[in-house]
Design a protein around this ligand. Sequence first.
Ligand code: GLN
Length: 304
Amino acid sequence: MNYKPIIARVVKQLENFNNCGEVADYISELRLVDPHKFGIHLTTIKNKQYSFGDAHEKFSIQSIAKVLSLVLAFKLENNHLWKRVGVEPSGTSFNSLAQLELDGGIPRNPLINSGAIVICDVLISHLKNPKKDFIEFVRKVSGIETIDYCPRIAESEKLTGYRNTALVNLMKAYNNIHNDIDEIMDFYFNLCSIEMTCQELSQTFLFLANHGICPATQEKIISKSKSKRINAIMQSCGFYDEAGEFAFKVGLPGKSGVGGGIVAIYPHKYSIAVWSPKLNKKGNSTKGVQFLELFTTETQTSIF
Ligand code: GLN
């Protein structure tokens, strides 16, 4: 399929779209981002590339990185991982504390903040040099050597990370945190600070559209079965308390971040990344969700 005219058509339809919402402001560095940025990049598993707008500008991928840390932790721990974190949609906001207390310190899933913090703890237990080893893993998955953390964003988030600090402490009280809290939070904030362009993001996630194998290098990142499960978790938990609506409107497994990015995959065909910084009340990109809804409708590429 030639996606180029379809992307152009959908972008045109969005010209008068009321892009309401706010740029994330609880992380001071994210407040500085131009709210009118808009980028789209689609990469097919046959390496066809389609770009629009600010697709080559780096932005903070934030929670999207939680999928990559999950992939590595699942690879290292296999099914033991699920003793520490669940696979149920949370139905609550990404930084909610309420459920943790009810669930005895076991986060509902690995894509909300509490779950991602546990995953950081798991990775620290396995990796010799966690931050370095993890970014090298991301570079291998993406095939892009220049991908990196943004220390400025990580530091800025540390200054106001009160809810995340509360989450890690609560889980420690329930014995679901095994390593030093400061080290875990430093790793977590750095994880969230990773920067990519839409083009890099869509390329990085392509292995999940291809049974866990990176199409460009034929390298197996994870097994077919694990890749299927990661997609299932993205489908049910990738958009916090809007996961149902994303499935309803867009119909693809995907993940959002408060930097305004969304990545979604259409199994066996493509990976698409969209970036528009204004967020709706659930913390997902308003225009990003709208674009993807129209795009999967026009291309008939919902998994349903
Ligand atoms: N770094 C952000 C936080 O911990 C990530 C949230 C997100 O992207 N949903 O709050």
